[in-house]
Design a protein around this ligand. Structure first.
Ligand code: UD1
Ligand code: CA
Length: 455
């Protein structure tokens, strides 16, 4: 039986107080809607229908969610009304799973257990919450059978005390679902067509209602405001942190870790507090990342130490390197093994050969440095002439003295020595000393500046 998933995303999300529709707010690396769609994909849905308002289509298409059937709900008239908009696109013979676009933490395992219950009954995912306020409550009869769901705003005082809540994930065959949806009305506190009313209707129609209790109550968190958005982000971060710890990574404080991307890490890596990892990050074995580092699309070799507050983006760093503190490695940079880049050094689109040392205050842009080059403090490649960028190519074992200004295009032969304070404008041969500065002289008869006397 084909599986068709309906993701509900058309609500106003007023409690977010945002111009961005709620489901497009990010939870770590991607919009919460993208997390839900990912779960639908993991469940091997044959089709995924996502219900949005027409104004959301533009953002929706940017979601890189190929193969999604975007269903329009002109006005958000409730979750039941939203599912009804998708029904004409759904085959009568399919198994339908409804997921809330604002519940990004639902796990694949839970979805799999809903589907395992079969399609002849109505299956609802529930959770037992310490604080159930805001959620629909599961109402059971004296035998413990589910007889309905009552929304928080419509619940009586005693119903509000029920801690078992509706997660929003509901499944049944299209054949079971359609006639129940057709009976919905909007006589309730919010004047909406509640999807949840189908549970009471199922009971009346003699359709079996089953529940699947989420293993972890955190899974069902619905994000209605920015407080819940922050909670969802922390829960997801902790899940990813725990999976890294299980793989052999030490996290100084898993609650102060922002894994906003896909992370691959070898054993014995250690990550200090407030580290942000984005995009694709691959760490070798024994990599150490200091507090406050930000890495975006980076590959780092074994035993390399990234010291505090370094920012590295779209770069490849070799093994046994030492980077930072406060270093900036920009896109297109490749650092070979045993490179040392110290504080206030910026490297952009450059290749640094094995053993290069640039320990203080330097800018290396559009350059290629051979092995064992020493870059003195304050050395700068002048790669931009105001119109275009030019390259600097430096051989092996070159010594770049303090405060050298290397005006590109430029090439420096292996073993050359650039004297401190030089402005190097023409190519330098190998093994020579290049001096490009005014000669120092002494002036003995001179009049020092005089302070003007106060009158
Ligand atoms: C809903 C459930 C509640 C459950 C909770 C779990 C209903 C009536 N209530 O409440 O039982 O405990 O989720 O988080 O279903 N949406 C549409 N079109 C609409 C209205 C909503 O697509 O017309 C979408 C929203 O974008 C959202 C989802 O449906 O992603 C849930 O809607 P929301 O208004 O947040 O429902 P809750 O009040 O949280
Ligand atoms: Ca909600």
């Amino acid at each position: 039986m084909p599986l068709e998933v309906v993701v509900l995303a058309a609500g106003h999300g007023k409690r977010m107080r945002s111009r961005t529709p709620k489901v497009f707010h990010n939870v770590l690396d991607k919009p919460m809607l993208a997390h839900v769609i990912e779960v639908a994909r993991q469940a091997q849905a044959d089709r995924i229908h996502t219900v949005v308002r027409p104004q959301m289509l533009e953002l929706a298409r940017q979601l890189s969610a190929d193969g999604i059937n975007w269903v329009l709900q002109e006005e958000p008239k409730g979750t039941g009304h939203a599912v009804l908009q998708a029904m004409p696109d759904i085959s009568q013979d399919s198994h339908v799973l409804v997921l809330n676009g604002d519940a990004p933490l639902i796990m694949h395992e839970t979805v799999a257990s809903i589907l395992a219950k079969g399609s002849n009954s109505l299956v609802v995912v529930t959770a037992e919450l310490q604080d159930p306020s805001g959620y629909g409550r599961i109402v059971r009869d004296h035998e413990g059978l589910v007889c309905g769901i009552v929304e928080d705003r419509d619940a009586s005082f005693s119903q509000r005390k029920v801690r078992e809540v509706n997660s929003g994930a509901i499944a049944a065959s299209a054949r079971v679902l359609q006639p129940l949806l057709d009976q919905l009305n909007c006589s309730n506190a919010q004047g909406e067509y509640y999807l949840t009313d189908i549970v009471g209707l199922a009971k009346q129609a003699g359709v079996k209602v089953q529940t699947v209790m989420a293993k972890d109550p955190e899974e069902v968190l619905g994000v209605n405001d920015r407080i819940q958005l922050a909670q969802a982000e922390r829960i997801l971060a902790r899940r990813r942190a725990e999976s890294l710890m299980k793989q052999g990574v030490t996290l100084k404080d898993p609650s102060r870790f922002d894994p906003r991307g896909k992370i691959n890490a070898g054993i014995d890596c250690s990550i200090d507090v407030d580290v942000v990892l984005e995009g694709d990050v691959t760490l070798g074995e024994g990599v150490s990342i200091g507090p406050g580092c930000v890495l975006r699309d980076v590959e780092v070799g074994d035993r390399t130490v990234l010291r505090e507050y370094s920012v590295i983006e779209s770069a490849k760093i070799g093994s046994d390197c030492s980077i930072g503190p406060i270093a900036r490695i920009r896109p297109g940079s490749v650092l070979e093994d045993e490179v040392s880049v110290g504080n206030f050094v910026e490297v952009k689109a450059s290749k640094l050969g094995r053993g290069v040392r640039a320990n203080h205050l330097a800018y290396i842009g559009d350059a290629e440095l051979g092995s064992d080059v020493n870059v003195g403090a304050g050395a700068i490649t002048c790669n931009f002439d105001g119109a275009s960028k030019h390259r600097t190519v430096i051989g092996d074992n070159v010594f770049i003295g303090t405060n050298c200004t290397m005006v590109a295009p430029l090439s420096v032969g292996s073993g050359a020595f650039l004297a401190a304070g030089s402005t190097i404008t023409t190519d330098v041969s190998g093994e020579v000393l290049a001096v490009g500065r005014a000669r120092q002289r002494e002036i003995s008869r001179w009049t020092p500046p005089q302070r003007r006397k106060k009158t």
